[in-house]
Design a protein around this ligand. Structure first.
Ligand code: HEC
Ligand code: HEC
Ligand code: HEC
Length: 482
């Protein structure tokens, strides 16, 4: 098999647990009766799936009888985004060592290369399958659910075998010892993780890769999409809300409307609803638009940012069109979790005012001076270059964190195979006050038919405290003045 060239994206990794931390803070005030469970959940808190940047590792496989299996395993490893968490920035692929911050200390991902001493070189197939699907190591220890084994529990035996073949034969061995957790004893004890696993992780059942139990699964394409979204893709790890005890409120659509209804913020970015909500979800997107987004990180409606850029970069852009279509078709079967949400309809009022020079609406002047060149007066942007703001879920969600965040820090969308150019939204936090950001955010949330609630300067101040402000790159000799 040929070596693949993947350009690593050098983006800085921030704290992995910002979402978990808020939840954990609430635990401190929990009644004593809940203390045992709380302690267990605290240990389980290192769940937050994050995305790291990594290169690709492919060993050459000489045995052609095996080559197909190993190549299939490589494809599945991409679909599962193993590389994102098991590789440090600039580190050897799959050698582990990526840090996950938790409120009680740090844990590190492990070496899953086939090195005999420091990796999984001596693991049998059963050892590997038990770790990936059940979260249990060969020595009986339970893994932290930062490793998304509750989703991987849905992998079929055939796919598990292909993954094993890839990690044993397709990945270059790297001698790199695993790092011990930086959690003080007794919190470092792993037995409470076993309790969490027993309570919340699904039992692994013999499974041929076709989910059952819902009429929509009778459609083979929908079933394939469900298999990928619920299992390897572990989309719910970010997009499904969690209970106080950190388990996802639903691991499949059959478990309730919380499935993929939007997760808590991770590093200050809110994973939006993937259900049929017309304004705050993807109800207005066609299958083809979903495919386009997963393939290139952009479409008519939006452009990826935050953790989703890494998912696109390392995982979904490599998936086949057939699998992307299957995921899209499955997502389109999910009804809205809020049946009262009205469909989006474009309203030309804001655009005609701006075009006639009337910038009297709250935030309109800030918009004219800072945003209009790219996102245009009609809020429609330029397709697949500058996202449309009218009808955009980011501008209408209940939680305005992502919108405020993108205004303060800007965002960059890296090129992908199918859309090679990089586009950048400049940062504004360094020169707009909290009040100005609140005003322009409010303008965006209430113009062109959007129906988001207004944003206050206090809301902006809260987000500003949690993000790292940058200044744009300047031509030589220029200076930054407010
Ligand atoms: C969201 C992050 C994340 C993703 C994605 C992820 N892992 Fe992990 N994985 C971890 C972390 C963190 C650990 C260590 C947990 C611990 O120390 O308890 C781990 C542990 C493991 C282990 C146990 C190794 C040992 O020595 O104990 C195996 C095997 C493993 N992962 C395989 C995989 C495979 C295969 C994939 C892709 C299908 C994958 N992981 C995807 C975070 C992740
Ligand atoms: C130089 C062109 C440019 C300017 C000026 C600009 N933006 Fe952007 N904006 C972009 C690009 C490109 C993206 C996509 C970035 C990404 O996803 O990584 C974006 C993304 C966004 C998003 C997220 C939407 C989504 O779906 O990804 C919002 C909201 C936004 N801009 C609002 C604004 C506002 C408000 C202003 C003025 C304060 C502004 N932008 C100024 C280019 C620009
Ligand atoms: C590491 C966390 C993470 C994982 C895993 C993840 N996402 Fe996302 N996703 C996000 C974040 C954060 C956003 C919001 C930013 C944006 O719109 O790009 C998002 C946005 C999206 C959007 C755009 C929604 C909108 O309304 O604008 C789609 C579609 C999407 N994700 C699909 C998926 C699918 C399908 C999977 C599984 C294959 C997945 N995501 C896995 C974090 C994640």
């Amino acid at each position: 098999m040929k070596k693949k060239n993947v350009v690593p994206t050098p983006i800085e990794r921030k704290s992995a647990c910002s979402g978990a931390r808020g939840v954990l803070r609430r635990f401190r005030n929990a009644p004593k009766a809940a203390a045992a469970l709380a302690a267990c959940a605290a240990l389980a808190a290192a769940f937050v799936p994050l995305a790291a940047r990594a290169a690709s590792a492919v060993n050459s496989v000489s045995n052609s009888a095996n080559a197909t299996l190993v190549a299939h395993g490589e494809y599945l490893a991409r679909a599962g985004d193993c590389i994102a968490c098991h590789t440090t920035q600039g580190g050897k692929p799959f050698a582990g060592g990526l840090k996950f911050d938790t409120p009680i200390g740090a844990i590190y991902s492990t070496n899953i290369t086939p090195d005999a001493n420091s990796g999984i070189g001596k693991w049998s197939y059963d050892d590997f399958a038990k770790a990936v699907r059940e979260g249990v190591r060969p020595n009986g220890e339970t893994l932290y659910p930062a490793m998304p084994y509750p989703s991987y529990a849905r992998l079929s035996d055939d796919d598990m075998k292909a993954l094993y073949a890839y990690f044993r034969q397709g990945v270059a061995p790297v001698a790199q010892q695993n790092r011990a957790v930086d959690i003080p004893w007794p919190l470092s004890m792993r037995w409470p993780l076993g309790i969490w696993r027993t309570l919340f992780a699904p039992k692994v059942q013999a499974f041929d890769g076709a989910p059952s139990g819902g009429a929509h699964y009778n459609d083979a394409i929908v079933a394939r999409g469900a298999y990928l979204v619920q299992g390897l893709g572990h989309c719910g790890a970010c997009h499904t809300p969690r209970a106080r005890t950190m388990q996802e409120l639903a691991l499949t659509d059959l478990e309730g409307d919380d499935f993929l209804a939007g997760g808590g913020a991770i590093d200050g970015w809110v994973p939006s609803s993937l259900r049929g909500n017309p304004r705050t979800g993807i109800g207005a997107w066609s299958e083809e638009e979903i495919v386009q987004f997963l393939k290139s990180g952009r479409n008519l409606h939006t452009a990826a940012f935050g953790g989703m850029t890494d998912v696109v970069q390392h995982s979904t852009q490599y998936m086949t069109d057939a699998d992307l279509l299957a995921m899209a078709r499955y997502l389109k079967t999910l009804p809205p979790d809020d049946p009262k949400e009205t469909p989006y309809a474009y309203d030309p009022t804001a655009a005609s005012k701006l075009q006639s020079g009337d910038a009297s609406a709250r935030g309109a002047a800030v918009y004219v001076n800072n945003c209009m060149a790219c996102h245009r007066s009609d809020g429609r942007g330029y397709t697949r270059v500058f996202p449309a703001l009218g009808g955009n879920p980011v501008a209408q969600g209940k939680d305005a964190t992502s919108l405020i965040h993108v205004l303060l820090t800007g965002a960059a969308l890296d090129g992908t195979k199918s859309a090679p150019s990089t586009f950048t939204m400049p940062p504004f936090g360094w020169r707009l006050t909290d009040q100005q950001v609140a005003d322009v955010a409010t303008f965006v949330r209430t113009s062109w038919g959007n129906t988001g609630a207004p944003v206050s300067a206090d809301d902006v101040a809260k987000v500003r405290k949690t993000v790292t402000l940058t200044t744009p790159e300047l031509p030589p000799g220029a200076s930054l003045k407010r």
